[in-house]
Design a protein around this ligand. Sequence first.
Ligand SMILES: Nc1ncnc2c1ncn2[C@@H]1O[C@H](COP(=O)(O)OP(=O)(O)OP(=O)(O)O)[C@@H](O)[C@H]1O
Ligand SMILES: [Mg+2]
Length: 335
Amino acid sequence: MYKKFFGLRANPFSVSPDPRYLFLTRHMQEALDCLTYGIQSRKGFVLLTGEVGTGKTTLINMLLELLREQQVATAFIFNSRLDKQQFLDYMMADFDIPHDSKSRSQGLIQFYNWLLDRFRAGETAVLIVDEAQNLSEELLEEIRMMTNVETSTEKLLQILLVGQPELDQKLKQPQLRQLRQRIALRARTYPLSLEETKAYVNQRLRIAGSSGRQIFDPASLAAIYHYANGIPRVVNLICEHCLVSAFADQQKVVHVDAVDAVVRDLDLGDENALADIAPPVSPVRRVPPAPAPPRPPASAAPGSKSDLREALKSLTDLADRLRESEPDLRKKTKS
Ligand SMILES: Nc1ncnc2c1ncn2[C@@H]1O[C@H](COP(=O)(O)OP(=O)(O)OP(=O)(O)O)[C@@H](O)[C@H]1O
Ligand SMILES: [Mg+2]
């Protein structure tokens, strides 16, 4: 309703994680480099964690766009409260793998065969699981098993687990240590600094069509940073309410007292007490930058015979294990 009043084409502070609005801070860029590097070099498991509202889903939406541009097969699971069968069905549907079997074991074998076909063609597959802090231990173990189809140096399936810091805590449990040990790379998202918050708000306004005229004065931006503690989702929430309230008052510029009033009404509580989630003073883990878009590495191009043999062997082993664990299937294959 305020768009015309402020000369905007779109709503600049929508809470949906729209990659068009991506604001790449240094930490964000490092996280993106880390994820693309992990996928390119077929590391298997990569972990992305960060506090609520700090841009994890926004970042992976951007990554998904990059991967799809490169025709890398991707599956994106954002409902982490699925059971094992639902997870498999959903993943296969998202990978576009025809899957008619009612048996989980047969479905898995179909999936592993598909992975092998891709490997033979020199291609990789990427599974991204968002909200992974909610995954049951059983499902986490199932996901770990999925990376068991591998050569001696490379995983056939790349898995990116994305979640709030509770995910890290969960993975510290002794029963999940096998999975924890397989995590090859870790990336993080962080709240924005004051300078980043100012640039973030202005970039969003610009992308939404603003001519560059100042809508938030400098003191109001400092107040927004302070109240939101640099959490982009909270910044968006406050800014959106400030625009509505300024429009109601027919004010073309948002001043600090308007921010104070909005925050009082929003009753943000102490959810942003974030002393322990600010970025580290020293740079976060550096990984080699990934200038080229993700492509399978040369060594993965139509797999060498020995690599293929290894992958086939691990597939056969898995199929044997599955048959043992499912009497129905054993009967079918014996008859
Ligand atoms: N770097 C960023 N650039 C642009 N917008 C961002 C950025 N980070 C966060 N946002 C915005 O903040 C909001 C929350 O971001 P997002 O949903 O990606 O956070 P999250 O870390 O996935 O949160 P949760 O832990 O609740 O899933 C979204 O509206 C998103 O557009
Ligand atoms: Mg999210």
